[in-house]
Design a protein around this ligand. Structure first.
Ligand SMILES: *[C@@H]1O[C@H](CO)[C@@H](O)[C@H](O)[C@H]1NC(C)=O
Ligand SMILES: *[C@@H]1O[C@H](CO)[C@@H](O)[C@H](O)[C@H]1NC(C)=O
Ligand SMILES: *[C@@H]1O[C@H](CO)[C@@H](O)[C@H](O)[C@H]1NC(C)=O
Ligand SMILES: *[C@@H]1O[C@H](CO)[C@@H](O)[C@H](O)[C@H]1NC(C)=O
Ligand SMILES: *[C@@H]1O[C@H](CO)[C@@H](O)[C@H](O)[C@H]1NC(C)=O
Ligand SMILES: *[C@@H]1O[C@H](CO)[C@@H](O)[C@H](O)[C@H]1NC(C)=O
Ligand SMILES: *[C@@H]1O[C@H](CO)[C@@H](O)[C@H](O)[C@H]1NC(C)=O
Length: 672
């Protein structure tokens, strides 16, 4: 009562002053700009979610599976009409270039239909394929509704879905299946041809594995048929022994190129992604999110599908990214939200006008995703009439994400633009630490007490994330499955005080005066290319292993004009100390060998895009000092006379890079 009265009086006083003094408004605006209280207040209901989670879920019900929430909503009244999934299917025999809009057919599933399909799929998985609780089931699928149906069916059965990159073959693919100890692999019939390349090898190396081909059309007909039997697992069985840091979904990060690492997405992280994230991104049940990102990546599945379903919204899936039909698919699915990765935005912004782009102008409330660079942020908003950009930063294995919901010009290019209060609150969970200014891969420690410090405004620092219980690392940071060495190598201790523990992100960031955080660069021995991480050492190993006559090889990431991330740049020293470079025939022979092995042994994003010959010196302790090779300059080195060869996919080999070619590359006329 008193509170209300006080509020009322303050309001009157406030209005009075408001009228009298215009400059008060101005200073209020300034205050709001600086502290962004209103933006933060919007996040307040999250506190209730947190309490609900930590108190009710973690202490009382001990029920962590998202299955229950999905189910309770899907069996609710509205679920008969609310669309959960839309899918833009290219009609067989039609061609977008010729038939335009008419080449697509939009399929949709309501929440109720989706739920029933899931129960029927669960029956098949259990009775025909023998899936049991705790099984890790690998899925080799392209984007389509059945992906989501199988995923939730596995949750229903208490099994753990593992998403495989459908372009993986040979050793990396076998490694993925092996490392998660999968006993069953489900293969999309559309990916059969690629899978076949490795099938015999898999059967030979893993004789006990069961492989099932899923004929999508046939299965979907069965799943939609009300006569098909259903199965719902007993809650007791589903919940038994489940702890909140147990894996809910296994997703591979391309962290190590040759051999991907499987990152555990725990129920805890799934909770954050499905409850906190949509709020931070202002998603509601009206949200209809278009994603053409591959569902096997966490971005589309965990931060696309889950948030959409949890707010009762719609997830619209594109089969795969298509520049020419992008806006047509958005239109046909009636989307108001799109999901991106940095490259996609650049393609869209650089592209000529495509069909239905004008139609979609001003219809997109939010474009959200990861890796949108400051230089195209506003171009993206202006060209397509997008109301807000929702950039986030997260890593497949890290405990949570940062978000930047930018609608008013504050935080352009940032990965976080929360106000003062939220920043203080979140600052408990992650911090930046200053780096050595001579080598920004080395953490700066105080010479006397050994602790780290936070960087100053605009000074680069690595982002680190707090481990709540340093005695039990895995409760906050489940890390990589069956790879403790990789998991623990990410941990640093005694950072701000004795005994604390943090996870390194390998990403450099900086603060501005408003407290917004900006991504600066990936550091050290990985770089990003085509939204994938490439580990330099893995690529080096592959080249040294498979290309004969190479003595030393160093891979670094090269910045290419107008391109996101960094392109692989290989420095090569042959056993004959680069004599080959002088002789055209020998040189081409060598370059062709590198080309062939790259195509054969490396995923497309990890293939060296540039090659140059170099004498590689070792340091005293027999290490190659990569530092001196970092940040190579294209197209012809610092002095302008270095010969650099580029991966020329047209000629199926490496060709000399000259200024003219580089110009074409930077304009996108030659695709790397
Ligand atoms: C279901 O509804 C509840 C509110 O009753 C909401 O908190 C939750 O996010 C919804 N979950 C799903 C999966 O739709
Ligand atoms: C929901 O369904 C129940 C019975 O199934 C019905 O009594 C109730 O009126 C429905 N509510 C709405 C809002 O349609
Ligand atoms: C859903 O798809 C069916 C055809 O499969 C179509 O008849 C219906 O109009 C669609 N509903 C919506 C809301 O788009
Ligand atoms: C990835 O696999 C799909 C389906 O098998 C195929 O259409 C596509 O061309 C492949 N992409 C690459 C880069 O290999
Ligand atoms: C894949 O291999 C099987 C035999 O193992 C064969 O029957 C099938 O036709 C192959 N599929 C494709 C698309 O090549
Ligand atoms: C989703 O729909 C369910 C069922 O109508 C409802 O109980 C729930 O509150 C909704 N959730 C949200 C976030 O709107
Ligand atoms: C790249 O590496 C980061 C940090 O290790 C990881 O979280 C992220 O998921 C990786 N990206 C991909 C596409 O695998």
């Amino acid at each position: 009562m008193w509170g209300l009265l006080t509020l009322f009086i303050s309001l009157i006083v406030f209005c009075y002053i408001f009228k009298r003094k215009k400059n008060i408004i101005e200073s209020l605006n300034k205050f709001e700009r600086k502290y962004r209280v209103i933006d933060d207040l919007y996040l307040l209901p999250l506190i209730k979610q947190f309490i609900n989670h930590y108190v009710v879920q973690c202490l009382i019900t001990k029920r962590f599976s998202l299955w229950y929430e999905f189910e309770s909503n899907a069996t609710n009244n509205i679920s008969n009409s609310q669309i959960a999934i839309k899918y833009a299917r290219l009609i067989p025999g039609k061609d977008f270039k010729i038939d335009g809009e008419n080449s697509f057919e939009i399929e949709n599933l309501t929440y109720k239909e989706l739920y029933n399909c899931i129960l029927r799929m669960s029956f098949i998985l259990r009775e025909e394929f023998g899936v049991k609780k705790g099984d890790k089931i690998s899925m080799y699928f392209m984007n389509k509704p059945i992906f989501i149906i199988i995923w939730f069916s596995l949750w229903n059965l208490g099994a753990i879905p593992t998403f495989l990159n459908y372009n993986l073959t040979s050793n990396p693919l076998i490694h993925c299946i092996k490392v998660v100890e999968s006993n069953i692999v489900l293969v999309d019939d559309e990916c059969e041809k690629t899978f076949n390349l490795t099938k015999d090898q898999i059967k030979f190396q893993l004789p006990n594995i069961k492989i099932f081909l899923i004929n999508e059309i046939e299965f979907m007909n069965k799943l939609k048929d009300s006569k098909s039997p259903k199965f719902r697992e007993n809650d007791k069985i589903r919940d038994e022994f489940i702890k909140y840091w147990d894996p809910a979904v296994l997703v591979f990060t391309s962290g190590t190129t040759g051999l991907p690492k499987s990152a555990v997405n725990s129920w805890r992280k799934i909770f954050m992604a499905s409850h906190l994230f949509p709020r931070a991104m202002h998603m509601t049940k009206e949200s209809n999110i278009y994603t053409a990102m591959p569902l096997y990546h966490g971005t589309a599945s965990i931060l696309g599908v889950l948030p959409a379903l949890i707010v009762n919204g719609t997830i619209s899936i594109g089969h795969k990214f298509s520049l020419s039909s992008y806006w047509t698919q958005v239109k046909l699915c009636e989307c108001n939200t799109i999901q991106y990765v940095g490259e996609v935005c650049r393609y869209l912004v650089d592209s000529k006008k495509t069909l239905n782009e004008d139609y979609c102008y001003n219809k997109i409330k939010l474009a959200y995703g990861n890796g949108l660079r400051p230089d195209i942020w506003m171009k993206m908003k202006k060209r397509f009439g997008i109301f807000a950009i929702g950039e986030f930063y997260s890593s497949s294995e890290a405990p949570f994400a940062t978000t930047c919901y930018e609608y008013n010009g504050i935080g352009i290019g940032a990965i976080r633009n929360n106000g003062y209060l939220a920043s203080k609150f979140l600052g408990f969970q992650y911090k930046l630490i200053a780096m050595d200014s001579n080598d920004e891969t080395i953490i700066l420690r105080d010479p006397i007490n050994g602790f780290c410090r936070e960087p100053k405004i605009n000074e680069n620092g690595e982002m680190i994330m707090r481990i709540l219980n340093p005695k039990n690392i895995k409760s906050t940071f489940p890390g990589y499955i069956n790879d403790d060495a990789a998991t623990y190598s990410k941990i640093i201790r005694d950072v701000f005080k004795k005994g604390d523990a943090w996870v390194r992100s390998d990403d450099l960031m900086k603060f501005d005066e408003l407290g917004c955080i900006y991504f600066v660069d990936r550091m050290g021995d990985t770089y990003r290319w085509k939204s994938e991480n490439v580990s330099t050492s893995e690529v080096e190993n592959q080249i040294l292993e498979f290309v004969p006559n190479i003595k030393n090889c160093v891979i670094v990431g090269a910045k290419v004009k107008n391109h996101e991330g960094r392109a692989g740049y290989a420095l090569i020293q042959t056993k004959l100390n680069n004599i080959e470079e002088k002789d055209e025939i020998k040189r081409n022979e060598l370059l062709n060998k590198i080309y062939d092995s790259s195509i054969k042994y490396l995923p497309h994003f990890a293939r060296p895009v540039f090659i140059t010959f170099e004498t590689i010196e070792f340091t005293d302790n027999h290490k190659i000092s990569k530092k001196i090779f970092r940040d190579p300059i294209l197209p012809s080195g610092k002095n302008g006379n270095l010969k650099i060869y580029y991966l020329d996919s047209k000629n199926k080999g490496y060709s000399l890079l000259d200024a003219e070619t580089y110009e074409k590359i930077s304009k996108g006329e030659i695709r790397l």
